[in-house]
Design a protein around this ligand. Sequence first.
Ligand SMILES: [Zn+2]
Length: 298
Amino acid sequence: MKAIRFHQHGGPEVLRYEDAPTPQPGPGEVLVGLRAAALNHLDLFTRKGDVPKVPLPHIGGADGAGVVAANGPGATRYPAGTRVFFDPGLSDGTCDYCARGEHSLCERWEILGEHRDGTYAQAVVIPEVNLRPIPEGLSFEEAAAFPLVFLTAWRMVVSKARVLPGETVLILGIGGGVALAALQIAKHMGARVLVTSSSQEKLDRARAMGADVLINHKATDFSKEVWGITEYSDQLKQASDQITIERQLPLSPLGPGKYKLEITATDQLNNQKISKTAEFTVKAAPEVKAAAYTTPGR
Ligand SMILES: [Zn+2]
């Protein structure tokens, strides 16, 4: 088959379009004839040599989509010709982490295109369990662009953060693949989404994709903006689980909606004294005052 390989690490000049052995599917594996592949930053890191243990010569590419060309022994779920895309994360399915459903923490975790040959070729071998049929209406190109960024964002937003309807999600630097996937997933979960960027074009695009609040972090201090438009009580509660506040002066007004907060505290994790003065703007959440006043004495 034809493939794009590199025999040594480096810039784009190390890439060679050349003949490579067509891989054969082993037990439980499927040979996929590729129709589209996507480029992620991971693929650049792999080519440059920023990730260890890349076998050489190497075919990069984590994401792809195509049709089933041949099934290995025991792989029966997808007949030849089925349009498929796949999870590029390869786990052994047998270790303790896999047993708990934490496949990305697998003791023998690999990613297609990094630890083994990937999708910049006419064909690739994938474990059958990683394959899914491409939904109607999705092109090969769209299907190939989907898995790595959406699986990463899904794990952050849904599996780990467990975002619920009505909660607020802040995405720093909207525009990259994972960030845009996180935006769409967070909206899908019913969250309010705040996004930041220094590019008005990227902010406008995020608005069109459902972002609720746009913050240009070149024009404004985004942390103050976020502080001003979210409900602070939860953040203060979280912070107070970790620090013991010994002395907190009442919020001093500095002007309309502006306050100064002075705190002396002990950071229990690092066993350090902290003395902080912060100025911030309150736009919509009077409960911050209530929350701030209830923490002294803890
Ligand atoms: Zn495992």
